[in-house]
Design a protein. Structure first.
Length: 68
């Protein structure tokens, strides 16, 4: 019984560690570099202004990227 509990805790800890590693990699992959206004319009995007936050590019696939 005690061995089963220890193995369960070890499995739970490994699962949580794996999920945090996957989350960190996904967050790094999700961040994208800034693009220029010309690149935005060339890609079919629209330049949109945010109050107090500058401009961003809304691309046709639904993603947004900050404008440099």
């Amino acid at each position: 019984m005690r061995i089963r509990r220890i193995l369960g805790l070890a499995l739970a800890a490994a699962t949580l560690a794996g999920m945090s590693a996957v989350g960190a990699v996904s967050a790094g992959a999700a961040s994208s570099p800034n693009i220029s206004r010309d690149d935005c319009t060339a890609a079919g995007g629209q330049v949109v202004a945010r109050p107090y936050a500058g401009y961003y590019c809304a691309l046709p696939d639904g993603t947004t990227q900050p404008i440099t």
